[in-house]
Ligand binder design. Structure first.
Ligand code: SF4
Length: 452
């Protein structure tokens, strides 16, 4: 198999910059471009397997804009905007469901409400959101894993009761830090007492999986304060914990801190990562990726980040992506507040949702890269027999320069001839491994993207 491969970046060769970017989806939306022919959704989905599609509904509203956040979301919603947004979601759901066809073969295997903050919606609006997923799209929310993101202030008992009754199996709470001064430094002002109350309400709602997000690398954070946050989280025995390194990204609240190389900050983040990982491993958690840890005795849950590997995904809402095997598509993307508000307003006013507007065409070469990248970033790694069955050949043939460079840095584990897996140090450098696997075309498109 012939492939064109990019040489790993100098930073990757030396391992000097461990925090290049979090690759939660490949390609990143900054590589998407307006699709000249605006293909119809029914043509895109006609030949796709539709028996295990993932469903994602995006709610782009938050009470505050956290300083580290570059997600597609706005602060607050003027009167009536959330209702108008749900009206648009309904119109989009109807169009998408029509494009998928009415046949029995359409089945949703997982569902997720993300954002933004889905619990920014009122209880009545959350009921409507569930109705859209169930009645318009045909997802059986009580039969599939349903994951919902929430913030402490919006995780109220009445909202959680609605979500639990409608079938939520996982509630992910963005805590970031249990130390009030660190929460302020990350521009997410909140009081620990309020966070603890929110966690109590989530446990009272008896949603089976609680995930807590924490961040390391905040100004002033030490190993001792990091340990304090970890222990505060562990006291709730969450089924899952995500540990995120802090990033400073253009156009976000923290970007005034600057974005150049900062070896001392890299060193702080690596040190806190290792301390956090070791602490969670010692407390009965299993590491599933650089960020994701699961309590060893937690019930299995299907809708974690590994689900991103499946091709079929329907995203509804103006910040959501959809994937077929041949095309990843979405609406326009922005990080700046003005632009986000304009895109949400356009979405709310739209009546025609029958076509894909912005996207990136996937070919066999990009599909192999995506599979390698997303498998390698999971602790369990990539099964070579699975790769052979999907694509023929082996990653060692298709991606020799990259894998050789990772091997030379000690980032690949030895020992299992049938699995390609990162070593613990490789996993610690996941945010350098991922970008080093971007194709030249994706890299060029991302470099040419004009931030807005
Ligand atoms: S981190 Fe979460 S709560 Fe904070 S602004 Fe971003 S989406 Fe909203």
């Amino acid at each position: 198999m012939t492939t064109t491969t990019a040489p790993p970046t100098a930073a990757t060769r030396t391992g000097a910059t461990p925090y290049q970017s979090y690759v939660y989806a490949y390609p990143h939306k900054t590589a998407y471009r307006p699709l000249p022919h605006r293909p119809t959704l029914d043509s895109l989905w006609a030949a796709e397997p539709k028996d295990a599609v993932s469903l994602y509904l995006h709610i782009p509203f938050c009470e505050v804009r956290c300083g580290f956040c570059n997600l597609f979301t706005r602060i607050g919603a003027p009167d009536g905007l959330t209702g108008a947004y749900l009206d648009a979601l309904e119109r989009q759901a109807d169009a998408v469901r029509e494009a998928l066809g009415d046949g029995d073969e359409v089945r949703f295997a997982t569902a997720a409400f993300g954002g933004g903050t889905p619990t920014f919606l009122t209880t009545a609006e959350l009921e409507r959101l569930c109705d859209i997923a169930e009645h318009r799209m045909g997802a059986d929310l009580r039969a599939v894993p349903l994951s919902v993101e929430a913030s402490p202030a919006t995780a109220t008992a009445d909202r959680l009761a609605v979500l639990a009754a409608r079938g939520a199996t996982r509630l992910s709470l963005g805590v970031q830090s249990f130390v009030d001064s660190e929460a302020r430094a990350a521009v997410r002002p909140q009081r620990r007492a309020d966070v603890e109350s929110a966690l109590g309400r989530v446990r009272d709602a008896r949603i089976p999986v609680l995930n807590i997000d924490l961040i390391y690398g905040i100004d002033g954070q030490t190993e001792a304060t990091w340990r304090r946050s970890l222990d505060a989280a562990l006291a709730w025995q969450p089924e899952e914990l995500y540990l995120y390194p802090l990033y400073v990204r253009p156009l976000t609240g923290l970007s005034r801190r600057g974005g150049g190389p900062d070896p001392a900050w890299d060193e702080q983040r690596l040190r806190l990562y290792r301390a956090g990982r070791d602490h969670l491993l010692a407390h009965g958690y299993t590491q599933h990726s650089m960020r994701m840890f699961r309590r060893a005795d937690a019930p299995p849950h299907g809708a974690d980040d590994y689900a991103c590997q499946t091709d079929g995904m329907i995203g509804l809402g103006c910040g959501a992506r959809s994937y077929t095997a041949a095309l990843h598509y979405s609406f326009d993307y922005a990080v700046g507040m003005q632009e986000i508000r304009a895109i949400i307003d356009d979405y709310v006013g739209a009546t025609d949702f029958s076509r894909a507007e912005v996207g990136y065409s996937m070919d066999a070469y990009e599909a192999r890269r995506r599979h390698l990248l997303q498998s390698l970033l999971q602790a369990e790694g990539l099964r070579l027999d699975d790769y052979r069955a999907r694509f023929g050949g082996s990653p060692a043939d298709d991606f020799a320069p990259e894998l050789t460079a990772f091997g030379a840095l000690g980032w690949l584990a030895d020992g299992d001839p049938e699995t390609l897996r990162l070593s613990p140090e490789g996993l610690a450098h996941s945010d350098a491994v991922g970008p080093a696997l971007f194709s030249p075309a994706v890299r060029a498109a991302m470099a040419a993207y004009e931030r807005k």
